[in-house]
Ligand binder design. Structure first.
Ligand SMILES: [Zn+2]
Length: 236
């Protein structure tokens, strides 16, 4: 009998442990099933953040595009206004300045201080709202002594002049606080570089041709917003 009891006790313990293990596994599987969407979103976010903070894509010379904003004019908790960052070799361009996108450019690992030019497709507010912030970041972020070029169809000069004026007081505060060596007064704001497309429906014009980067503006119909263009970027 003694032998039988001492044999039963370990079996009872093993059974208890097994029940616990199976119960925990069932709970984990059920939780994974119930929260599958949240788990997927969490893991996808972690992977994307890691890749953005460690941009291995920069190892190879090539043409790359980053979506800093893909939202529409209406408020969206997940998306800011339209903005595409284009990197080609050592050249960096930003296309459109949707609200909220200026901060994403830095968060994505791009150096706003090194931006060669900002290009605008048209002048709806949801494509230009972040222009002031972008021009400020490009100036202060790179201690640039020349204003950034802002390329766009005719009318861009009005937009740039407005933002330059609106940010003129802020620019004076920055110089007073950081000093002219960090933020050279001559580099504040933007310099409009308007282009004019001919009246033909399929009109296009090369607006950037530098170090193997060619950016061509072409007409698009976005009535009543006129003019409106798209940009094609070629590299090497
Ligand atoms: Zn629009």
């Amino acid at each position: 009998m003694q032998n039988a009891n001492s044999y039963k006790k370990p079996v009872g313990r093993i059974l208890k442990v097994a029940i616990w293990v199976v119960s925990i596994m069932v709970i984990v599987v059920l939780a994974a099933f119930v929260f599958q969407k949240q788990i997927f979103t969490f893991m996808a976010t972690k992977i994307i953040q890691q890749r953005l903070l460690n941009p291995t894509y920069k190892k190879e010379d090539g043409l790359y595009a980053g979506l800093a904003g893909t939202g529409a004019p209406f408020a969206d908790i997940n998306r800011v206004g339209p903005c595409i960052v284009v990197e080609a070799g050592n050249n960096l361009y930003v296309i459109d300045a949707g609200p909220g996108s200026a901060r994403n450019i830095g968060l994505m690992g791009f150096d706003m201080g090194k931006v060669d030019a900002i290009l605008l497709t048209h002048f709806h507010s949801d494509h230009i709202a972040a222009l002031g912030e972008m021009m400020l970041q490009r100036w202060a972020g790179g201690s640039n002594a020349k204003p950034v070029d802002v390329i766009g169809p005719k009318g861009v000069e009005t937009v740039v002049a407005g933002f330059n004026h609106a940010y003129s007081l802020d620019a004076s505060y920055r110089v007073a606080f950081h000093g002219a060596a960090t933020v050279p007064p001559s580099g504040a704001g933007g310099r409009a570089r308007p282009f004019d497309l001919s009246s033909e429906e399929d009109a296009s014009i090369v607006v950037v041709d530098k170090e193997g980067v060619k950016i061509t503006a072409f007409k698009v119909n976005h009535s009543p917003a006129y003019p409106a263009v798209g940009y094609r970027v070629d590299y090497k």
